[in-house]
Design a protein around this ligand. Sequence first.
Ligand code: FRU
Length: 490
Amino acid sequence: MSYSIERANSFIAESKHLLVDQYRLHYHFMGEFGWINDPNGFIQYNGEYHLFYQYHPYQPVWGPMHWGHAVSKDLVEWRHLPVALAPDQPYDRDGCFSGSAIEHNENLYLLYTGHIMTGPDITKDYYQVQNIAVSQDGILFAKDAHNPVINTDQIPAHTSQKDFRDPKVFVRDGQFYMVLGSNDDQGKGLILLYRSADLHTWEYVNVMAQSDGTLGDNWECPDVFELDGVDVLMMSPQRMAPQGNNYHNLHSTVYMIGKLNTDTGVFDYHQYIPIDYGFDFYACQTTLDDQGRRIMIGWMDSWEASMPTQNGHHWAGAMTLPREVIREGEHLLFRPVAELEQYRLDGLHAESFEVQGQQVLEYTGESYEIELNVDVTKAEEFAIHLRTGETETTVLSYSPLEQLFRFNRDQSGIGPGGERITSLATPAGKLHLRIFVDLSSVEVFLQNGEKVMTGRIYPQPESQGIALYSNGITQVQSLHIWNLAKPEQI
Ligand code: FRU
């Protein structure tokens, strides 16, 4: 049976009641049913945030990609809309892959990759083209009669003729530009830049950036934007080798700060930096909103990870919290959007106390935010144990001597384990943490967004304890815990 938007929408409506709630998140975005991956087409249009996403509604596993669609006024409470794109044309018949949205002549345009299989091997028998779809109401999208708008004959020499995907479109000096992820015949990831006056006809400009050999064998989901006087390039390199504590997931995400020359099409940069230091963060995309904020959302999972909700829960995949991107010199800070503060309910608040050994907190929960200011000058180790039960616990710890922060999920529950470690300076012994715990996720914002660690965990519902732990003395200056409301509870 062939795919269509109508078929997908009725299937979702008929199947939704089967969802198992156990690990469904309270204040993170998820699909209504089935599988989701990358955020797509993230944009503010007619006063609402629109989020599209890679979607296979029929099963909780990756499959022929549709674009799911939701809208929000505050980036926290999302309303699901009908599926926006289904793989129903010759130029996208095996998947409407990732892409972006842009407003033009008051219409909402989607630019996406059409995935076309040419044989049975999904790892190599395919090619990809770029397509557009347009909407006047932001809900129903018509695919362009002249798709594809960029075909394989516009791929330059020495560049993969297959991996050619994930268009992100932006405007510079009155022209549209598109970046696409690809790789070259040496197996190095790269980004191609195209230019257009009207979104329909595109000319190839140049290879905008390319791996120096340390940045993986293929680049996915590029994003380019101007921030506070500099240009930023973000992308998701595949199969990057680990470097010290960094890049231990199969696929990574990095950003570079530099300068894009739109005449030559070259992006000049000097270093690359991880976007997230945890386990589950990929294919992030940003948008600029009407408050002048650059907001980023990522897929809060990773391709290699086993996902327990795939077994009998009828769903898999979620988005990270929307994070504001702020420039600080040659670095970016990532902070949860301020709107989340409106979801704070009752909790626990304490000031000026010492922790030595273990201190179990008078608070339990599975969906909350912790904000903590501590002084670790006299501590050898400081830790927070979350989602703690008889046999389970998730450990976030800081070693002032090593200046290392750790996220350990070896005993978190039924999902994948492991530890991620990142270096973190604590000038004058001061450590600031914001930790967002949802039913099957943890996001830790270190030192006001200097670094972020994201990971999925799958504890038993009873594992709800929280404890502080200090080897030596940790001085807690302030501790706040807020139970976070489910959006529909507000
Ligand atoms: C990234 C990605 C994209 C592709 C999409 C397919 O996670 O591999 O490159 O467009 O997922 O679902």
